[in-house]
Write a protein that binds this ligand. Structure first.
Ligand code: MD3
Ligand code: FE
Length: 207
């Protein structure tokens, strides 16, 4: 893959300063107090994923053996509605997404130091015109991004706490994943690990 970022990807290293990162962690701790992290399982096989998840917003991404990948308004265990998306994440979306409508889902991924996420596409949304906005908090990770089809060349980037990356336009359907976490590279989270937040539009936007 060529040097420079592919069209549709905007990278904002260190978008959030330490104080803003700590405030975001407080927001996320409050959210997972309401909507506890759960272990997502693969469709059909039921194999547990390595990442623990929760959501905030009107819709949340969930997956299990029986019903597969989907968005739903409620937590799979508590059956309660997800808590609202924190204000500072709405502000982020409005600053960087170039999308006129609000995000509907904020997926919270928590990686312990050995967790990873295989290459995949994000295609459970009905709207691909809107970008995905990602925030990294805590330990560094090695992020990998490929083409819009499987098996092409990939490139890797190290994402650090406070970084924001926007994936839109022709890059919205690129394969991507997290190859590894670099343990103890950040002091933000008292028990270490990495949190990734992804803001998404799920339903079709009115034209
Ligand atoms: C590139 N999360 O939750 S965020 C996911 O760091 C996910 O937890 C990773 O992939 C994480 O689905 C990566 C960055 C990201 C998100 C969506 C994308 C990159 C993307 C969509 C298209 C291309
Ligand atoms: Fe993804």
């Amino acid at each position: 893959m060529a040097a420079g970022l592919p069209e549709g990807i905007a990278y904002f290293p260190d978008y959030f300063d330490r104080q803003a990162q700590l405030a975001l962690v407080d927001d996320i701790r409050a959210a997972i107090g309401q909507a506890p992290l759960f272990v997502p399982c693969m469709p059909r096989t039921g194999k547990p994923m390595q990442v623990r998840m929760s959501n905030c917003g009107p819709l949340g991404w969930v997956t299990d053996k029986a019903r597969g990948y989907r968005y739903q308004a409620t937590h799979p265990d508590t059956r309660l509605h997800w808590p609202p998306i924190p204000e500072r994440l709405i502000d982020l979306w409005q600053s960087v997404s170039n999308c006129p409508q609000l995000p509907e889902a904020c997926l919270i991924n928590y990686y312990k130091d050995t967790a990873k996420m295989g290459l995949h596409q994000d295609r459970d949304e009905a709207e691909f015109e809107a970008p995905v906005v990602s925030v990294s908090l805590g330990d560094d990770c090695l992020f990998r991004i490929g083409e819009t089809s499987q098996g092409g060349p990939t490139r890797s980037m190290r994402l650090r706490s406070g970084d924001v990356i926007v994936l839109g336009g022709p890059s919205r359907l690129r394969f991507h994943g997290v190859d590894r976490i670099y343990p103890a590279t950040s002091t933000l989270l008292k028990d270490g690990g990495r949190i990734n937040l992804t803001l998404r539009r799920v339903s079709k936007m009115n034209v």
